[in-house]
Design a protein around this ligand. Structure first.
Ligand SMILES: C[S@@+](CC[C@H](N)C(=O)[O-])C[C@H]1O[C@@H](n2cnc3c(N)ncnc32)[C@H](O)[C@@H]1O
Length: 198
């Protein structure tokens, strides 16, 4: 694991005990999750025995929504931070979906096995977007969907600390360059967009 990934891991270790507090979840993260679920519903159904992956799932709030929504599909959360996954397991107990520690640059997933891959507010931590998207492209089935909710910088672009601020246009270009076709783009709130790509 790179030094940068270790720093991100440490940041989320510190954040994990308070991440699920309503003060963070209600005004921001849950709103994004609802927008992602809406974008999924607007598209084709997920196959009953399909495979759904929530990448950068953190404390698995959205992963749990997906598990409830796609009961007969296999829903898996993947995240770099073992501490975020531990917080998810603590909150969800026996109902927790499978949660796997993994890095976007080397996903512990078979090639072409994923029908639907979601990622919310994690992409801006990937300082090598082309490398990350190539790995996401590898695991998503041809014809499968990638639903990406990410920051869309309005004023400034560049790297701040360990995070990358990109415009919506940049993200669209990155998706296209990685071989995805962007089928929809929705503004959730100023500075956050949901892209649906296949
Ligand atoms: C702000 S949290 C978002 C968590 C969750 N998706 C949500 O909407 O609440 C960002 C998550 O991305 C994860 N992450 C950052 N870099 C990653 C990487 N290289 N591979 C996998 N996960 C990563 C972090 O560990 C963290 O849990």
């Amino acid at each position: 694991m790179s030094r940068g990934d270790k720093l991100v891991e440490f940041l989320f270790k510190v954040w994990s005990p308070i991440y699920d507090q309503p003060i963070f979840q209600k005004p921001f993260y849950r709103r994004v999750h609802r927008a992602v679920l809406g974008a999924i519903d607007a598209g084709p159904p997920v196959p009953a025995s399909g495979r759904v992956v929530d990448l950068g799932c953190g404390t698995a709030q959205l992963t749990d929504d997906l598990r409830k929504r796609f009961g007969s599909a296999t829903v898996v959360g993947v995240d770099l931070s073992g501490d975020m996954l531990a917080a998810a397991r603590k909150r969800l107990g026996a109902a927790a979906p499978p949660l796997v520690k993994g890095n976007v640059y080397a996903l512990p997933l078979a090639t072409g096995g994923v029908d639907l891959l979601t990622s919310t507010i994690s992409y801006h931590w990937y300082l090598e977007p082309a490398r990350a998207l190539a790995e996401i492209r590898r695991v998503v089935k041809p014809g499968g969907r990638f639903v990406l909710a990410t920051m869309a910088s309005l004023l400034f672009k560049g790297v701040v600390g360990r995070a990358r601020l990109a415009t919506a246009e940049d993200t669209r270009g990155e998706l296209t360059a990685a071989g995805f076709r962007v089928v929809s783009e929705t503004r959730v709130r100023p500075g956050v967009r949901v892209f649906v790509a296949n």
